[in-house]
Design a protein around this ligand. Structure first.
Ligand code: SAM
Length: 257
């Protein structure tokens, strides 16, 4: 039976063979690696990954597509399909506590929560390659000072080196999305770029700082830090979150109780 693309699952399937090849060449899968693919869909990226001989875990929410993939790869013991919502999956369990590579042409409707979800396992992830809306990749890589700088930039850059790779036009997908896409590589840091004693507190501070984008830190951090504490960290309480460097966020987090 022909599968119809489901909008609610953010289904825009890759259909341009040159783009598919370019992604796979960039990822360069190897036979001795464990690779987790988020949202394999109709298997555009999966097929060349399987050919590499890598061990593959396929995480797919669409039961119809998951069943098709199970059928297609029933004779490939190195491929397993996990049916369900990746946001509810424990990637540590899926991968049996081993280190792994992660990739996916991500469903745009949940790309940001999905990135925050997978970052929980960054210590065991060798690298990640994601196809995302171009604008999301810009936000992930944004340096301090620009409009694109936000919680996503700070948390991605705290956990990983962010490398935007190349853009992909809408016509490479079916159905054709309204926006341009881009491939990004995230390589988790061996050592975080700044010292943070309490990563959960750091994440809370960053969330608060960006919760009211047009407000100054004095206002957005109210309840977490007083203006004099912000000053003590060497930061202007009248500044806005998007202007702060990673070091400044770390200095503020260090003053939180
Ligand atoms: N990888 C395929 C390709 O490149 O042609 C499909 C990419 S499509 C943009 C996104 C895929 O993610 C779809 O197969 C969709 O069903 C799946 N998906 C959407 N939300 C998901 C979720 N929460 N958990 C797991 N898979 C999901």
């Amino acid at each position: 039976m022909k599968h119809r693309a489901r909008k609610r699952f953010g289904q825009n399937f890759l259909r341009d063979p040159r783009v598919i090849q370019r992604i796979v060449d960039t990822v360069n899968p190897q036979a001795d690696q464990l690779i987790v693919e988020v949202g394999p869909g109709r298997g555009a990226l999966t097929a060349p990954l399987v050919s590499s001989g890598a061990e593959l875990k396929l995480l797919e929410i669409d039961r119809e597509l998951a069943a098709q993939l199970e059928m297609q790869y029933r004779d490939c013991p190195q491929v397993s399909v996990h049916t369900g919502d990746v946001l509810r999956m424990d990637l540590g369990e899926v991968t049996g506590g081993r280190s792994f590579r992660l990739l996916g042409n991500l469903p745009y409707n949940i790309s940001t929560p999905l990135i925050f979800h997978v970052l929980k396992w960054s210590e065991r992830i060798r690298d990640m390659h994601f196809m995302l809306q171009h604008e999301v990749v810009e936000r992930m890589a944004a340096p301090p000072g620009g409009k694109a700088r936000g919680k996503l930039s700070v948390m991605c850059q705290y956990r990983c080196q962010v490398q935007p790779l190349f853009t992909v036009p809408p016509e490479a997908f079916s159905p054709v999305p309204k926006v341009h896409s881009a491939l990004v590589r995230l390589v988790p840091h061996q050592q975080p770029p700044v010292a943070v004693d309490d990563p959960a507190g750091f994440a809370k501070l960053v969330s608060h700082a960006f919760s009211m984008r047009r407000k100054t830190l004095r206002n957005s951090l109210r309840g977490l830090l007083e203006a004099d504490q912000i000053e003590r960290a060497g930061v202007d309480p009248g500044a806005r979150a998007e202007t702060l460097s990673m070091e400044q966020f770390a200095a503020l987090a260090a003053l939180m109780k």
